[in-house]
Design a protein around this ligand. Structure first.
Ligand code: SF4
Length: 305
């Protein structure tokens, strides 16, 4: 973070930590105090005429705070709702000042890029996805946790070689890739290298292994329910559309005219994706749209209550 601040000429840095991440906040508070007493931070960094202050801010735990302008609103003391753009934060961000916002994964790569050089770091990944990426592995796998891998890694390498496969020798139906804004990738695509904007995109890097016995419909409903709850309410397509989409999944499974209901559902998904202000709303229908294409049978038969 200090290297990035130095490169940008910034003298004021804020660490914004999730309101529920107590351990992270504790450790970062200590790191800032240690850096100040070691002379790495403050008015004269390392005894030179370079100044940088670091301030720790706590969020209040909302998913929408991952959207950078909602985060700025929160720091300024307002309700966490995304701003319309332009202006972009690099032109007019926190309190109207030019603001560079990076997530911790990006900043954590900076020391490695300095150590290895940009070319060697980039060569760790693929031409479309240079460098490394951090993945969070979860679900009923043998070795869940957070790992840093070369970009272009496959789901099989992550979930089987690193994660140890599913517990109780279950087989995979697929994996939820990309967290709450992601989608379920079928096991048939487990050997495709993951690259942004390709068939299997790593998204945020959150990976949940899904066993063959699990219901993709349940996964999709859980994600839509989460996105509906976390909607900040600023724009109608996201606020009203996500709960409606959730209700329509059940309607689809008992519909007399399935093709008409499916068309309605796709139209609503398109509207939400096109007309929502921020990434939360734009990505909310993704899991459903992908699951309808990749797991159509799961939406067929009505299940017993
Ligand atoms: S898309 Fe959803 S979360 Fe984003 S601004 Fe609109 S209502 Fe808020």
């Amino acid at each position: 973070m200090l290297l990035a601040a130095y490169a940008a000429g910034a003298t004021h840095v804020m660490l914004y930590v999730h309101g529920e991440a107590e351990l992270s906040a504790e450790r970062l508070t200590r790191a800032v105090i240690d850096a100040e007493s070691a002379g790495i931070l403050g008015n004269r960094m390392l005894g030179r005429h370079v100044e940088c202050r670091v301030e720790l801010r706590r969020g209040s735990g909302g998913f929408v705070l991952g959207e950078e302008t909602a985060l700025l609103e929160s720091i300024e003391g307002r309700r966490a709702q995304p701003r319309t753009r332009p202006p972009f934060p690099v032109e007019s961000g926190l309190w109207g000042k030019p603001t560079v916002i990076n997530n911790v994964e990006t900043l954590a790569a900076v020391p490695s890029i300095f150590e290895l050089g940009a070319e060697r770091f980039a060569a760790l990944g693929t031409p479309k996805a240079p460098g490394t990426k951090v993945f969070g592995l979860s679900g009923p796998i043998r070795r869940p946790g957070v790992v840093e891998m070369r970009n272009g890694v496959t789901l099989r390498q992550l979930l089987v070689e690193v994660g140890g496969g599913l517990m109780d020798d279950q087989t995979f139906k697929g994996a939820l890739v990309g967290g709450p804004s992601g989608s379920v990738v079928p096991a048939a695509l487990f050997d495709v290298p993951m690259e942004p904007r390709e068939r299997v995109s790593p998204g945020t890097g959150g990976i949940v292994g899904i066993p063959a016995a699990a219901s993709v419909v349940d996964v999709v409903k859980t994600l839509l329910g989460f996105n509906a709850r976390e909607s900040c309410g600023k724009c109608t397509p996201c606020r009203e559309g996500a709960p409606r989409l959730l209700a329509m999944i059940d309607e689809l499974r008992v519909a007399a005219d399935r093709s008409a209901t499916t068309k309605l559902l796709r139209d609503l998904a398109d509207t939400i994706q096109l007309a929502s202000l921020c990434g939360l709303g734009q990505a909310a229908p993704l899991a459903l749209v992908r699951a309808l294409a990749d797991f159509p049978d799961e939406f067929e038969a009505p299940r017993s209550p």
